[in-house]
Design a protein around this ligand. Structure first.
Ligand code: ADP
Ligand code: MG
Length: 672
């Protein structure tokens, strides 16, 4: 099974080298990867409605004969109107800017077509605007998967490619886990699960839930095994980092005293570093709790002891920011901090690597670029992984495995602001010690949070103006339409807001921009050259601009509470009052409004995560997907907690093959 999943995309008719390359930039390296691009929704196409029975505002499928076709207007912009009839009645189908349809033979009078759209009465006539259509012969009744577009391919095209991939998979292909999961838990085989999810024809929703659980079980079981394997391999003594001088010098140079929470986390870590056995600790602290200073203290300790330390960050933006913060903190002490990312020039990189390897360079910050094979240290003693949940187990450990010489084990400190409920943290990172920093540095006011309806966006402009007048800055988070279309909505908002606030120098930021341009945008925002930053959730991870006073989050109901809390944490980073506006989309259900309202009164990330777990924890097989969120391909911590815990408590005895591990390698959100 895994050998087939690993086959190159170019085996598919119509996928050439250029497309293969584009897919690769979206993390799709082989046929199986595309199978993990699960439908974002399903359309129930089991029933065909009679035209006479269509209801206003409801999306329906009809089949009918074309009785006339007319065009209005000129050229390509012409509006085309098709009258369609079945035994029960007639309907008008309107297509705007669709002049090309006039010459399409499949749409000539007398032909039968199958149409899906939302019917409405307009001036007494029944009509549909821009319905989807196909000739009746190519219509397959049943549940139809709907895919998010990807790498410039539309959802339809993706669906076709996935169908081809599935047809290449022999029904008797087996995963090494199939027998066990089938016998003991009556799960479908992996290939059956893929087929059901992508073509859920007869089985409907129940079949889908089982199939999704089957796929996710494959991922979680392999993950848990890998984690245990790593832990076993890592029992050896570590370098003692004893020299307190640098840390205390750094400590004394901080403009503020450490909070109690910071002090207690630092004493855990400091004890670990001196203990002579390897530190393997997760530092969990709310956004803005001040984890970076703790990381800095640990790095200073390493430098003072004559050892090396490296800090890994999930995005280039964040790596840059850390490098800058650390540079400011360390340069008065005469300690150099280097930065290595995908954008580092070849020559600078070569020199940097040479100095790392000789030990001349002690501290380095970087992105995944740090994990490349040729990055080697002379005596690495401490590996720090910021926002560690964004990395998979292998990546988290990869840095710690770059030790040289004496073969002493490297201390590993993970940091995360994702408030993972303790029970889940134990399942996911059972092998790590946990330091929890609760609370915030003094003087912070909780961010005032409001939930507003989409129609109220205009009055909000006044509030925004007040913030701008007081020299504050504003984040505006736009919904992600589809993975690779995130530029679209950003650009639209930038235009709109420029109209309202011509002097604010509105700038857009999204995941598809080049690293250099992203940094440019963030820099402009942090220096104040730009006052309003329109962005997708790229800013979620750790960005620190204390002057940001307001964050507006569109379509807030699409996010988990923990993620909203992360986003909210971008503001309220100074003694000024911060604000967060959660704009609910016009289609938000009452339930999701109630869920959003939790944000108004609750400012504790852990509490929110637990609430979310309780509300959404049941697992919604076909909800909005945000895969890759936690470094997983399919698992979503807020949806799959129960499944994760179940396998953690009852892990089958089994050794994942190399091919399995390779296939389920974590999906890294990095943009390098
Ligand atoms: P996070 O935990 O999200 O990584 P940061 O380390 O980015 O948080 O810190 C957020 C902000 O709080 C920074 O501007 C930092 O300078 C500030 N800060 C950190 N510790 C303290 C403290 N003890 N007192 C006051 N401000 C602090
Ligand atoms: Mg941080």
């Amino acid at each position: 099974m895994y050998d087939i999943l690993a086959q190159p995309m170019t085996r598919i008719a119509g996928v050439g080298a250029a497309l293969e390359k584009r897919l690769l930039t979206r993390g799709i390296a082989c046929m199986g990867d595309l199978l993990l691009h699960l439908p974002k929704d399903y359309v129930d196409d089991r029933h065909v409605s009679a035209i006479a029975h269509l209801q206003d505002g409801v999306s329906s499928r009809i089949i009918g004969r074309i009785i006339s076709k007319q065009a209005r207007g000129f050229g390509r912009n012409r509006q085309v109107m098709i009258r369609l009839a079945d035994d029960s009645g007639q309907i008008a189908l309107n297509f705007f800017h669709s002049g090309y349809m006039m010459s399409d033979a499949r749409l000539s009078e007398g032909r039968e077509i199958s149409v899906r759209g939302v019917a409405e009465h307009w001036k007494g006539y029944l009509q549909m605007s821009h319905p989807e259509w196909c000739v009746t012969e190519s219509f397959n009744p049943g549940f139809q998967p709907v895919y998010a577009s990807l790498a410039g391919l539309g959802g339809k095209r993706i669906g076709n490619i996935i169908r081809q991939i599935l047809s290449l998979m022999p029904a008797n292909a087996r995963s090494p886990l199939d027998a066990l999961l089938q016998e003991q838990f009556h799960f479908p085989t992996l290939i059956e699960a893929f087929k059901r999810i992508h073509h859920p024809d007869e089985l409907g929703r129940d079949g889908l839930v089982r199939a999704e659980a089957r796929l996710k079980s494959e991922e979680i079981i392999i993950y848990l095994h890998l984690m245990r394997q790593k832990k076993k391999a890592a029992v050896c003594s570590a370098v003692c980092l004893n020299d307190e001088k640098q840390s205390s010098a750094l400590h004394d140079s901080f403009p503020f005293p450490l909070t109690d929470a910071q002090n207690s986390a630092w004493s855990d870590i400091s004890a670990d570093l001196q203990s002579g056995s390897r530190m393997h600790r997760l530092l969990q602290g709310d956004v803005g709790a001040g984890k970076t200073w703790i990381a800095a203290l640990a790095m200073a300790r390493a430098a003072g002891s004559g050892a090396q330390a490296a800090l890994l960050a999930p995005t280039e933006v964040l790596a840059n920011q850390h490098a800058e913060t650390l540079h400011e903190l360390f340069s008065p002490l005469g300690i150099e901090v280097a930065l290595l990312t995908g954008s580092t020039r070849a020559k600078a990189r070569r020199e940097m690597l040479a100095r790392l390897q000789s030990g001349a360079l002690q501290l380095i910050v970087g992105t995944h670029a740090l994990l490349t094979e040729d990055v080697l240290f002379d005596h690495l003693a401490l590996a720090l992984v910021d926002e560690q949940h964004r990395f998979g187990v292998k990546q988290r450990w990869a840095l710690a495995e770059k030790q040289n010489e004496g073969k002493k084990a490297v201390h590993l400190l993970g940091m995360t602001a994702t408030p993972i409920p303790r029970s889940l943290a134990l399942a996911l990172y059972g092998d790590m010690d946990l330091s929890i920093m609760r609370g915030m540095p003094p003087g912070r006011k909780p961010v005032e949070t409001r939930v507003i309806a989409a129609e109220k966006m205009k009055p909000m402009a006044d509030g925004m103006q007040r913030i701008l007048d007081a020299d504050g800055r504003i984040y505006w988070i736009v919904p992600r339409i589809d993975e690779d279309e995130d530029g679209v909505s950003v650009d639209q908002r930038v235009e709109l807001l420029k109209g309202y606030f011509p002097d604010a120098n509105v700038i857009g930021l999204h995941g598809r921009m080049k690293g250099k341009d992203k940094n440019g945008a963030l820099n402009a925002f942090s220096t104040g050259e730009c006052k309003i930053l329109v962005s997708t959730t790229v800013v979620e991870v750790g960005v620190n601009v204390p002057e940001a006073r307001l964050i507006v989050i569109e379509q807030a109901e699409a996010y988990g509470l923990a993620q909203l809390h992360q986003l909210r944490g971008r503001v309220g980073r100074s003694s000024e009052q911060g604000y967060c506006m959660l704009v609910a989309g016009s289609e938000a259900s009452e339930g999701s409004m109630a869920r959003l309202k939790k944000m108004v009164n609750t400012h504790d990330g852990l509490e929110l995560a637990e609430a979310d777990l309780a509300i959404r924890g049941g697992g919604d097989a076909v909800g909005t997907r945000q895969h890759g969120e936690a470094g997983f391909r399919l698992l979503d911590m807020s949806e799959d907690a129960a499944l994760i815990r179940q396998w953690h408590e009852n892990l089958p005895d089994f050794t994942p093959t190399e091919a399995m591990q390779r296939f389920w390698r974590p999906f890294a959100e990095s943009t390098d």
